[in-house]
Design a protein around this ligand. Structure first.
Ligand code: F6R
Length: 610
């Protein structure tokens, strides 16, 4: 929540910072600011609104320096005002600082500094950090020492970028609990909350470890660990390129990302199915005795990633003999759930930075579980903390509403389920081969649905002005109903509730009236007739029914008003196809309502605070 960028080199810093802020803007977008070191000293520019609003103001200031830091904010402490926007400066104007995270003990520190005569101008927890730093720096010989002491005084999570007016050749970074990556160029260096801001400039990056402090200069970086000892960190090469984070002619990132789903499916499968067998040997070094030692599989995630996990739960229950538990991370971390060495604990997170998912992982690991991350971000905190990683290979996802990574997560989780089933011999080799072959066909079927966008848009047009929706699904399409309803809520602000279709009679049916459409996922599967009965119950209350139905189902048009058609696939794989029309339905409804698609109100892409 909040994006950070920093630059030192030969380019005009303000331009690099504004470009970087646009690329991390999905992390927070209520206000933005930057600080550049010019011949006049530190010049700070802040504005409420988007990075484009900041750009207008910055352009009028003609900031010429080659060293600076920038920030895009998602407010936690203090309202959305210019004063509360970052960067924040100390009283003397020597330091400017940007922060992503939360300082839990800021009130105590504020009181302590007040007693020393420090005045505060904002309502943020961040201003406390820069004022405290100014004091600590005055009492120490050098900045790395002051920053080590600063870390010791702060409780909470933070990624910081700081410039000191007295050090013209560098800026500093500190990381604990919030992501921060350094970019190494030729005669220039960068920092950012994630690599997408660095892609136009360099692919050589250093992921800071917990507690690291870095001095970032034109010639390179020096790093100290939390004890203040100088350390060496590996340079990683990013395998994303800049075109992956561009809109590519689409009006919105979300639409681009929905349309990429066939390709994401293929790239997540690539190299993981050989001769009809699931082969995860390049990712997971698991032998038979390890795999057979697990009796339980816990899958833990938040939001859309949780819904992908619920889909996978059904597949794992079917193909393995393990006891499968799926939970949201914010619950799991506080439950007395036993995660001992007989547990494979799987943490599903697009960003790999979600605070609750990270905390849940640390808990499971401390109890002895074997921890696997399923994530899209190679150097993320989650990926670095777990025993094993299965990457999604979806490319950067910029739209705040997750779409293509939901697809990638389901693919990775299904690969895992098939792999475990075959290794534990709960799934025959022949059946595993048949299922793997259908997995290979699915990207084409996803693309068939994507080619039906005009029809989906027309149906969205009919319902875009409704205020409430009910979504229903059964079995593995129930989590798809949850995900479809979440997409509609997030980007169109239409209220939508999702239920397991069989639950409708137990309460939600009271909501039904002619103006509340019901969207039902009703593929030709073993639960088809049961779901048709639920449709009758809704129709009897005069609700309009929109169905997701299987091509060739001649019965369905007699029962419903509108149909979002999907090709036939095995029952197990319906979620991969059924989610696509729901994403497009939400997208087009939101566009027709004039909503902000890629940056919906109140949301931020990575929830890095609890
Ligand atoms: C919804 C959405 C969120 C995320 C959730 C978890 O469109 O994007 O619900 O799925 O915040 O994020 P990750 O997967 O990064 O842990």
């Amino acid at each position: 929540m909040c994006g950070i960028v920093g630059y030192v080199g030969f380019r005009k810093a303000a331009e690099v910072l504004l470009d970087g802020l646009r690329r991390v803007e999905y992390r927070g977008y209520d206000s933005a600011g930057l600080a550049v070191r010019t011949e006049k000293g530190l010049e700070i520019v802040k504005e409420v609104g988007k990075v484009s609003d900041l750009e207008q103001v910055a352009r009028g200031r003609n900031l010429t320096g080659c060293q600076g830091i920038g920030h895009t904010r998602w407010a936690t402490h203090g309202g959305v005002t210019v004063t509360n926007a970052h960067p924040h400066a100390d009283g003397a104007g020597r330091f400017a600082l940007v922060h992503n995270g939360i300082i839990e003990n800021y009130l105590d520190l504020q009181e302590e500094l007040h007693a020393k005569g420090v005045c505060f101008f904002s309502q943020t927890d961040t201003e406390v950090i820069v004022q405290l730093l100014a004091h600590l720096r005055a009492e120490t010989d050098d900045m790395p020492t002051a920053l080590t002491l600063l870390q010791q005084r702060l409780n909470g999570s933070f990624a910081l970028a700081i410039i000191d007016a007295q050090e013209p050749e560098c800026f500093y970074c500190v990381r604990r609990g919030s992501p921060l990556v350094l970019g190494l160029g030729v005669e220039e260096c960068f920092c950012a909350s994630d690599v997408s801001a660095l892609l136009p400039y360099t692919k050589n990056v250093v992921y800071l470890e917990e507690g690291d402090t870095a001095r970032v200069c034109t010639k390179g970086v020096e790093i100290w660990n939390e004890c203040g000892e100088e350390v060496c960190r590996d340079v990683a090469i990013v395998d994303w390129d800049v075109s992956m984070s561009e809109k590519d002619g689409y009006p919105h990132y979300m639409l681009k990302e929905i349309n990429e789903q066939g390709a994401v499916f293929r790239s997540t499968l690539k190299g993981r199915i050989t001769e009809g067998r699931i082969d995860l040997s390049n990712d997971l070094d698991w032998d038979a005795s390890k795999i057979n030692s697990w009796k339980n599989v816990h899958i833990v995630a938040c939001g859309t990633s949780y819904y992908a996990s619920l889909v996978a739960q059904r597949a794992l229950e079917q193909w393995t003999d393990c006891h499968i538990v799926v939970d949201v991370a914010s619950e799991y971390r506080y439950r007395r759930m036993k995660a001992d060495p007989s547990t494979l604990a799987v943490f599903v997170s697009q960003s790999g930075e979600t605070a609750d998912t990270l905390a849940a992982q640390r808990k499971a690991r401390s109890e002895g579980a074997h921890c696997l991350a399923i994530t899209n971000v190679r150097g993320s905190t989650l990926a670095r903390e777990v025993h094993d990683v299965l990457l999604l290979k979806a490319g950067p996802e910029i739209g705040v509403a997750a779409t293509k990574t939901f697809m990638g997560q389901m693919v990775a989780l299904y690969l895992l389920a098939l792999f475990l089933g075959e290794a534990r011999r709960t799934l025959s080799a022949a059946e595993a081969k048949r299922l793997a072959e259908e997995l290979l066909h699915l990207p084409y079927k996803v693309e068939i649905v994507l080619n039906r966008q005009d029809a989906i848009k027309e149906i969205a047009r009919k319902y875009a002005e409704k205020r409430n929706f009910l979504y229903l699904g059964r079995g593995n399409t129930y989590p798809v109903a949850l995900e479809g309803a979440l997409k509609l809520k997030e980007i169109s602000y239409i209220h939508a509730e999702a239920y397991a279709a069989g639950e409708m009679k137990h309460g939600p049916i009271a909501l039904l009236e002619p103006d509340v459409p019901v969207l039902v996922i009703v593929p030709r599967n073993s639960l088809y007739e049961k779901t048709l009965s639920n449709i009758q119950e809704a129709k009897a209350r005069h609700s309009a029914i929109i169905a997701v139905g299987t091509d060739g189902d001649a019965l369905l048009p007699h029962h419903v008003e509108d149909i979002l058609w999907i090709p036939w696939t095995d029952e197990e794989f319906v979620p991969f196809l059924a989610v696509v029309p729901l994403q497009l339905f939400a997208y087009h409804a939101a566009v027709l309502r004039g909503c902000e698609i890629d940056q919906p109100r109140n949301l931020a892409k990575s929830v890095t605070v609890e």
